[in-house]
Design a protein around this ligand. Sequence first.
Ligand SMILES: N[C@@H](CCC(=O)N[C@@H](CS)C(=O)NCC(=O)O)C(=O)O
Length: 219
Amino acid sequence: MNLELVSFKLCPYVQRAVIALKEKQLPYTITYIDIMDPPDWFKEISPLGKVPLLKVDNEVLFESAVISEYINETTSGSLHPDDALIRAKHRGWIEFASSCLETIYTLNTTDDQEAFDEAVETMKSRLEKIESILSAGPLFSGEKFSLVDAAFAPLFMRLNLLNNLAGISTLDGLSRVSAWSNQLLQRETVQKSVVEEFPMIYRGMLKMKAGIAGSKVED
Ligand SMILES: N[C@@H](CCC(=O)N[C@@H](CS)C(=O)NCC(=O)O)C(=O)O
């Protein structure tokens, strides 16, 4: 089976699939495109014009959750809980992580102070919600890495960068979420799920978007 992931270097959704591939130690190749100016071959095979895509031999999968589930189901050692009810809850929290990624997009890009302040508040209240349901750790549901961890790691990487580069802090006072975030950011599969120059590219994106976050990044 030949696996090729189609990616954009800044995309948090692609990163989830990369983490799943690395956790499962699956060999794959990665092809980067510029999502602002995608090539024709990509437009032909991506139903929504979005990354990630996973090419499995001659078939194409789209949507990060679907891709991660496929990677999980076709390899040994599940990244989901055995119990159907707990598994369903995990899938709910994966969706929740996606809604946090929508908020981070606003945080990264908006030049409207009101929209920015609202996004900070939304992010904080979502993180508080997670704080209230988290296990004692070290990961989302204890010792075992799951697809929920893979879904949240890209969010924590970006929140960490927003804090380091622009002084936008969202995790203050949330001890469990902070500890979980630290665990994930130290994990090898997470660190290797982005290109080495990711922080620099992220910084460049904030500056290029010229929103409120970008204005807080030092020149
Ligand atoms: N629900 C999708 C979201 C993927 C997504 O939004 N990808 C962005 C890049 S991070 C994209 O390709 N955007 C291009 C567009 O919307 O035209 C998933 O989970 O895979």
